[in-house]
Each structure stands twice: as structure tokens, then as C-alpha cells.
Write a protein that binds this ligand. Structure first.
Ligand code: C5P
Length: 290
């Protein structure tokens, strides 16, 4: 049995940190959006002795159950009560790593979707989200993606109207960040500006690309120290190339810009690509129907 799954990168159109949660986590409010930039996973299952084998096309990434995708597979087999099956997963990475784009979380979510398709009876969406939450805070969102308000640790989700179609450009600076480190820094800083989450939701509901673009805001842009200038420079170049709005995604450092059209985003990718290797023109992705 085998299947192919795409794992879509996520963006935080807004990201606010509201307070502390038990277990060292933070209470978030974020409008999240999946994009068409995606990793590709080949997932197969065969009779065996319960080995989970995960490989990727990037030598530096963890394999087996040290990879979030392998951990997700183990969670699935345990929950579904499946034994005596070997699972093989190969991941072709397109989403940059340590980038604020939820790549590892999305791979884990894709494994849950893929295994759920291969084995019956399938688990329902709520069960998959619960498994995902045990693997990582962004995994529940990545199971269906689309346009969602995420609260709590990120696992309490309300789907909203789809973001209006537009061009997106994702550009990762030449460094990566540790999510845990950035959340640690947020505790030490006073946050002065907050996103207008309600305004952004209204702009989405009225289909206003400009209204969405003008309300992008991520509190981690105030927090990030190393590479702050590079993030600001990428944003500036995005605006010079015609972006209607630009912001950092997640705990960074990837910056994304919103353009009226995919063609404009591609043109901007040519300009920024002269300076940064990781430039990805794409568009918003729809919610996945399970
Ligand atoms: O849930 P996940 O393993 O992806 O989170 C990675 C780290 O990010 C956590 O260990 C925690 O330090 C931080 N985090 C947080 N609050 C959240 C999500 C993540 O503090 N809501």
C-alpha cells in the first residue's frame, strides 16, 4: 500500500502572544494560512515488525522517529491499534527548514493524512488533530490548512472564509531560528504593538487583498534580535517590487509579501533571488477536505 501526500507551508498572517500556558507554552492568537509551496511525501505500509523508516533528500535532517514525520506515524499506529506493519516515508523537502513556515509540522500532518487514507477504518478529523497536537503545536492546523484562526497553543482552530487569491512571495534570510529561543525572548520584552486580528478577518471576509495586506502583523518582529536588519531589508525590497504588504511568518525568519497577482510575485522573486537563495513565489492554498 502506498500514497503520495503534499505538505503545505503555513504562514501567520497575524501572530499575537497573549500570555503564558502550562508546560512552558504561550497562549497565541493567529490567523494562519496554508500556501502552495509544499514538500512531497511518499508513504508506504507493508507487513513487517513495526519499523518506521523516515528518509529525506536533505542529509542534515533527522531520520526515523527522530523526525516529526516518524513521530506522527508512531502516534497514528498506536492510536489506530495497528501492529505488524512497517512504514516507509520519504520526504522531498521544498519548504526551508527552521524558517517559520511549519515545514516539519506539515510533514507530520501529511503523514497522519496519508496513513489515515491507507488504513481503515479511518480516524476522523478531530482524532487526527488530537494526534497532531501531541507531535507539535502547528500540526493540527497543517492537517487541513486553509484559512483558520488558531488560539490556545495553536491547536484550538476556527476555520474562516478563504483568503482572497493573490500572489505570495516567501523569502528566507540566510539564517535559521530556534522557535523555543524566540518564545523565550518574548517573555523578556514588553510588546508594544498588536495585530488588528478582527480587522484582518473582516478584510478576508470581504475579499479585499489590500485590506489583508495592510493588516499583516507579527509580534515576533519586535522580538527578533539577530538578523533583524536582514528581515527589514527583505520587507523593503518586497515593497519596492510592488508588494501590498509584507510580514515575518511564525518565529521567523522567513518574510512573505502579498501581491495582486502571481506574476508580480514571480517578478519580485527574480529581483530578491539575486540576493537570497530561498525565494518561493506561490499562492494561498485551499483547505483540504479529509
Ligand atoms: O509545540 P512545538 O514543539 O512545535 O513547540 C516548540 C517550542 O515552541 C515549545 O517547546 C515552546 O518553547 C514554544 N512554543 C510556545 N508556545 C506555543 C507554541 C510553541 O512557547 N504556543
Amino acid at each position: 500500500m502506498n500514497t503520495t501526500e503534499l505538505a503545505y507551508a503555513k504562514l501567520n498572517l497575524t501572530l499575537d502572544v497573549l500570555g503564558d500556558l502550562p508546560g512552558g507554552y504561550h497562549e497565541l492568537c493567529s490567523v494562519m494560512q496554508s500556501t502552495t509551496l509544499a514538500d512531497r511525501l511518499e508513504i508506504s505500509a507493508a507487513e513487517g515488525c513495526g519499523v518506521i523508516d523516515v528518509t529525506t533528500d536533505k542529509r542534515y535532517l533527522p531520520t526515523g522517529e527522530n523526525n516529526l514525520a516518524g513521530r506522527a506515524a508512531r502516534q497514528f499506529l498506536t492510536k489506530a491499534g495497528i501492529s505488524g506493519m512497517d512504514i516507509k516515508i520519504h520526504i522531498e523537502k521544498r519548504i526551508p527548514v527552521g524558517a517559520g513556515l511549519g515545514g516539519g509540522s506539515s510533514d507530520a500532518a501529511a503523514v497522519l493524512r496519508g496513513l489515515n487514507r491507507l488504513f481503515s477504518p479511518p480516524l476522523d478529523g478531530a482524532q487526527l488533530e488530537e494526534l497532531g497536537a501531541a507531535v507539535g503545536s502547528d500540526v493540527p492546523f497543517c492537517i487541513q490548512g486553509g484559512t483558520v484562526i488558531a488560539r490556545g497553543r495553536g491547536e484550538i482552530m476556527t476555520p474562516i472564509a478563504a483568503m482572497p487569491d493573490c500572489g505570495l512571495l516567501l523569502c528566507k534570510p540566510g539564517f535559521s531560528v530556534s522557535t523555543a529561543e524566540l518564545f523565550g525572548l518574548v517573555d523578556q520584552r514588553k510588546i508594544f504593538s498588536r495585530p488588528d486580528t478582527d480587522g484582518l478577518i473582516k478584510a478576508i471576509e470581504t475579499g479585499s487583498v489590500g485590506g489583508v495586506a495592510h493588516r499583516l502583523y507579527n509580534v515576533f518582529e519586535e522580538v527578533i534580535v539577530r538578523g533583524r536588519d536582514e528581515v527589514a531589508l527583505i520587507k523593503e525590497m518586497m515593497f519596492d517590487c510592488g508588494a501590498l504588504g509584507a510580514s515575518m511568518s511564525g518565529t521567523g525568519p522567513t518574510v512573505f509579501g502579498i501581491f495582486h497577482t502571481r506574476q508580480q510575485a514571480e517578478k519580485a522573486a527574480d529581483a530578491l533571488g539575486a540576493h537570497w537563495r530561498d525565494c518561493f513565489p506561490c499562492r494561498p492554498a485551499d483547505r483540504i477536505i479529509l
